[in-house]
Ligand binder design. Structure first.
Ligand SMILES: *[C@@H]1O[C@H](CO)[C@@H](O)[C@H](O)[C@H]1NC(C)=O
Length: 174
């Protein structure tokens, strides 16, 4: 094989990996009709949108594991390397994961509890990276939850889905 052929095949090899990584988003189904208003226009649940947002700090892949029971909730960082993950330590991901708790029949934790182990926290209603390709963030996820101290589904439902923050949008609080 010539050097060029080797180079080309490695390019294809790496671009193949990139495509696979971009698609490696996994989240619970979250089909409860009670919470269908939390989905975006593409029909992605809050769990799926959370996984996309979290993937932007982890090389394009992320798995939000299903809760094992309705007594569980997503806790925020748990005292490991994710304590410094600003994709986790922000109010937008907190809101999305709280809705993801809700649609699996669970209660969600308060913002104060969620961020307990965060070494630093992104400014309220802002996100460290542009919205990744493949998803859009519902407007309700941009509510400043530090005001009430918790995700509030009633306020969220009133605010609703649109306008969504689409791919490439840098979400910053004003
Ligand atoms: C914070 O981290 C500790 C481990 O250092 C863990 O036991 C605890 O559950 C975490 N708290 C929250 C709210 O996630």
């Amino acid at each position: 094989m010539s050097l060029l052929a080797v180079l080309l095949s490695s390019l294809f090899f790496f671009s193949g990996i990139q495509v696979a990584a971009a698609a490696a988003i996994s989240a619970p189904g979250c089909s409860s009709s009670t919470w269908s208003w939390t989905s975006n226009k593409q029909g992605q649940s809050a769990c799926t949108v959370a996984a996309y947002m979290l993937s932007s700090c982890s090389g394009g892949s992320f798995t939000v594991a299903p809760l094992a029971s309705s007594s569980q909730a997503y806790p925020g960082p748990t005292g490991g390397s994710d304590d410094a993950d600003l994709c986790l330590c922000n109010t937008i991901t907190y809101s999305l994961l709280s809705a993801c708790d809700a649609c699996q029949g669970s209660e969600w934790v308060s913002w104060a509890t969620y961020k307990t182990n965060c070494t630093s926290v992104q400014a309220a209603s802002s996100f460290p990276n542009p919205v990744p390709v493949g998803t859009s963030v519902p407007l309700w996820a941009l509510i400043d939850v530090t005001v009430e101290g918790t995700w509030d589904p009633i306020t969220a439902a009133i605010v609703g889905d649109t306008p969504e923050a689409g791919p490439g949008t840098v979400i910053t609080s004003q």
